[in-house]
Each structure stands twice: as structure tokens, then as C-alpha cells.
Design a protein around this ligand. Structure first.
Ligand code: GLP
Length: 260
């Protein structure tokens, strides 16, 4: 796991965007694994700017999102499909039929999970996977206790996650307690993984991910076994890390990229 220390959330966003655009330039028909949440929004904005300037095209890309709430229609303002349309897909040149988000409103949810997993496999697997992290160490909606070999399936959200995400729902609005998420094994099969974390609420999860024992108690810790992970954190999210002297500061990381 390569840990990259940034000062500000803005640096996390711009570096994340740089990695994403580099991936797409190297492989224009990349299969992208995409994430929702507040953390990647700025990063998406940087990528959108590049597309608008004509410096980047996602026309040949396909994308698979990590997760979706069960019980929300795709046009519900809190569904992850809606989030992706608003914050990314509608503003870049990816073809909507090449964007996949689990269907939380399918008649047969179990069958739709199996179908989603096989679509990922049929596409050749994820080339580049973007991740955020939950306060409790979840990736996608793989909550603590998730099987480290799991595939796309239904998960019950933890009370911590429901509480954390309550800010997006109004008081009288239905907030789902179940979600579809790609599995931990599905994520681990991605060829490259970039995890972004900002803010002090993520500090304990970041420490457990990077320096803790590998355990289902912190699902993100499994990433220690992945050969190509970049964990990009701002000063607050990285504040509890004990071995900072071994990690690269963003300036050094950027220079290194320019050298090779
Ligand atoms: C959500 C999503 C995750 C996301 C995480 C962090 O519950 N299912 O994919 O990484 O929570 O969200 P945020 O970036 O808003 O802190």
C-alpha cells in the first residue's frame, strides 16, 4: 500500500483526478470502478474540467459503481444513480449505457446482484477502482464483519453508517437500511485501487486500514494484501498514522511521477 500524505482536501482531490485521468489516457477503454460520498466530489469536478477543456475523453470507458441503496428509485435524489448522474456522468462524455450502478429497485434483488457481478467479470474486471472509506472502515457498503471473500450482495447497514448518512436525508424522508454492494473480493480483483480519505472523522479508520491488523473488523484493511493501492489522505485523515516518516508526501510523490 502506498500512502500519500497531503496537507489539504484540495490536494487529495487534484491528485486523485490526476491518477484517474492518467489511467484513462493510458487505457482509453478503461473499466472504472466508481464511488459516491462527499469525498470524491471535488475529484470528479477536476476530471469534468479536463473533459470540458477537451484534454480527456471517457467516450470509450465503462464504469461500475460500488453500491446503491435498496428501495430508492434511480431518480430519487438520494440514490447513488442520481448522485452519479448529477455529479459526474451528465457532465462528461461517457455513454450512459456504459455506466452501471446496482439496481436497488429491482423486482428480484438477489438475481440483480448476481447479474451485476457477472457484468463486471464479463467486462474483463475493473481496471481502476476508486474508493472512499466509512468512519467504521467500510469500503462500498462492506460493513465491519463482511466476508473478505464476498461478491456483490445485499448488506444491512450498520447503525454508524445510517447515522453518518442521515445528513443527506430530510427528517421525514425514508432512509434505507439495506444496500447492494460489490464485494470485498470484487474490489480486491481491481488492477489498481485509489482510496481517498479526508477529515478527522476518518483518522481512526485510516490508521486501522494502513497500520492495523488485517481484519473484517476494518474491511478496508484487506487492501494491505493488494499489490497496487494508493491511499491518499489529507492532514486530518492522516493525523493518527504512526509511521509517517515512511510515507511519501504529495510533493515527493508528484516529483517521482515526473522522473519516471
Ligand atoms: C458511503 C458509501 C461509501 C463511501 C463512504 C464515505 O456510505 N457507501 O462508498 O466511501 O460512505 O462517504 P463520505 O465520502 O461522504 O464520507
Amino acid at each position: 500500500m502506498r500512502i500519500i500524505l497531503c496537507d489539504k482536501p484540495e490536494d487529495v482531490a487534484s491528485y486523485g483526478a490526476r491518477l484517474m485521468s492518467q489511467q484513462i489516457k493510458n487505457k482509453p477503454d478503461s473499466v472504472l470502478g466508481l464511488a459516491t460520498g462527499s469525498t470524491p466530489i471535488k475529484m470528479y469536478q477536476h476530471v469534468i474540467e479536463q473533459v470540458k477543456k477537451g484534454d480527456l475523453s471517457l467516450a470509450a470507458c465503462r464504469s461500475f459503481n460500488l453500491d446503491e441503496y435498496i428501495g430508492l428509485t434511480p431518480d430519487h435524489s438520494q440514490s447513488y444513480r442520481y448522485f452519479m448522474q448529477q455529479n459526474f456522468f451528465n457532465q462528461v462524455d461517457i455513454a450512459v449505457e456504459n455506466t452501471f450502478v446496482p439496481d436497488g429497485f429491482a423486482d428480484d434483488i438477489e438475481a440483480s446482484c448476481v447479474d451485476y457481478e457477472s457484468k463486471i467479470q464479463q467486462s474483463g474486471g475493473i481496471d481502476w477502482q476508486l474508493l472512499g472509506i466509512g468512519v467504521n472502515g467500510h469500503i462500498g457498503f462492506n460493513e465491519p464483519g463482511s466476508s473478505l471473500r464476498s461478491r456483490t450482495r445485499v448488506k444491512t447497514l450498520s447503525s454508524q453508517t445510517i447515522e453518518d448518512n442521515a445528513r443527506f436525508f430530510s427528517a421525514d424522508e425514508f432512509q434505507p437500511q439495506l444496500a447492494i454492494t460489490v464485494g470485498i473480493e470484487t474490489i480486491m480483483q481491481a488492477r489498481d485501487i485509489v482510496l481517498l480519505a479526508t477529515g478527522s472523522a476518518k483518522a481512526a479508520a485510516v490508521k486501522a486500514t494502513a497500520e492495523g491488523p488485517v481484519s473484517a473488523s476494518c474491511p478496508a484493511s484487506i487492501l494491505q494484501f493488494h499489490p497496487n493501492v494508493k491511499l491518499i489522505v489529507d492532514a486530518e485523515a492522516g493525523q493518527d498514522l504512526e509511521h509517517k516518516q515512511f510515507y511519501l508526501r504529495i510533493e515527493e510523490e508528484t516529483q517521482k511521477l515526473m522522473r519516471y
